[in-house]
Design a protein. Sequence first.
Length: 367
Amino acid sequence: MRDIRIASRVAGIDLSGIRKLFDAGGPDAINLGIGQPDFDTPDHIKEAAVRAIREGHTGYTPNAGIPELRNAIVEKLRRENDLSFGPEQILVTAGGSEALHLVMQALVEPGDRVLVPDPGFVSYAPLARIASGRVEGVPCDETLHIDVERAKEMMDGARLFVLNSPSNPTGMVESEESIRAIVEYAMDASVTVVSDEVYEHLVYDRPHFNAARYGDDVITINAASKTYAMTGWRIGFLAADERYVNQCLKVHQYCQACATSIAQYAAVAAYSGDQSAVAVMREEYRARRDLLYDGLISLGYEFPKPEGAFYMFVPLGQDRIEEAIGKGVLVVPGASFGENAMGYARMSYAASRETLRAAVERLATIG
Ligand code: PLP
């Protein structure tokens, strides 16, 4: 058979190991690996999508997004985050994932240093590598929060600093002091901060702070995915200096054209309609977090209580991680999230209380 040639920047990266793990689970597996809400999208959002189809909104939209959605996002940023953006500073994307890709493509030159949290979301490092960047992992401290001093030491000469609070996979929420310190340091060092805030509404003990409050060279990335249980609709956005938006728009235009028209109309309803479902989901996640955390503590595990998102980062130890997976409790090994979290496992509590109770019972039989 003929050899095929693949660009090394792509051949050198792997598919996320998470999916492989789940495919391996048997029929009675308890899946704590899922990185998406287990709620259904609220009805008024679905209705808006059906209306969009009926009204024939099925063609291409303006590349940057329909004006109604860009305006709804501007209003959301004002209302919820006290941030002042104009619609020309908003680019609607196919989920937060695409926004991350656009930023890396538009800003990273070959060999540029891209600082990403380690442990961190699985996409950051591969996206930076696809952009021919040089990835360096910023560690967290023993409380699983970002190590601010280490972050500052690494900052000089970097091109991008990716910040993610609330964090996937640690579930930690950074304090205002940490976010301010990192952003101010980055601004002094001419490092652009990319702030991934897709879990902003899933905070249980302390408020979320927007990085864009503390500096002007900050690109904010967000999505409807987690807030409104809309992962499959593929709507996200970036909010930034218009000069960044205009460059990211080029990549977006040529690879994506526009986010799905129907999903954009649904997202208008999400961002500007009734917000009560967001609090209902948050409170359910909070109860599940408490249930799972208390269960693990009762089994003798000791680790800081996660403050946000729907993840728990648990120091199970390598042997117990394998044993847990062997017994059908599907958790994601820390190695999936970087080099600094060996022996940890990410457990998602975007699963029913019954599932979480069953998981704790099964985990009681290991180790
Ligand atoms: N950022 C983080 C931290 C995530 O955990 C995820 C999804 O898991 C994303 C971005 C991507 O979200 P989307 O589904 O909107 O592309």
